[in-house]
Design a protein. Structure first.
Length: 159
């Protein structure tokens, strides 16, 4: 299994991806944009809204691992304006998902929106299992709202 994730600000999605990676013994790769986001949290939120609204797909750096080499790929994203982060969309649009099993997971601050549905739409030809929505506090902070017990149960199902 390969875990591919994008994370910014408090690193909530990174935290969950690494927790899954430790438990499953999977490989892991972080999606990074060629041009990093900069400015305050609010600046990034506003830029993210503009990008989501126009379907923008930022250029991303090559991953250190090739998703084509894996049958099962967990894809993690923070929720940006009710969907996946634009960098995750760039990643998903650059691979053939036919015959792969995708495990979509998202982190959010109380508004999960349609990120999981959108991941599924972007991964044409894939099967899906063990989707998960993980809530953190609504201020963009790092305090978990979803219980550790729920996260542990999800991880146990995935591995």
């Amino acid at each position: 299994m390969l875990i591919v994730y994008y994370s910014i600000s408090n690193g909530n999605t990174k935290r969950i991806a690494e927790q899954l990676q430790r438990a499953a013994g999977a490989d892991i790769a972080r999606i990074e944009t060629v041009k990093p986001y900069s400015g305050s949290y609010n600046d990034i939120v506003e830029q993210g809204q503009r990008e989501v609204n126009c379907g923008y797909q930022p250029e991303i750096k090559p991953l250190n691992l090739n998703p084509a080499d894996y049958d099962v790929i967990a894809v993690g994203t923070p929720t940006w304006w009710y969907t996946m982060a634009p960098a995750v969309l760039s990643f998903l649009k650059s691979y053939d998902w036919t015959g792969k099993t995708v495990i979509p997971f998202q982190t959010h601050g109380g508004w999960p929106g349609h990120a999981i549905k959108d991941i599924k739409s972007a991964c044409k030809g894939a099967d899906f299992s063990h989707e998960m929505e993980i809530q953190f506090d609504e201020t963009g902070g790092a305090e978990l709202v979803t219980s550790d017990k729920e996260i542990d149960a999800w991880i146990a199902q995935v591995r």
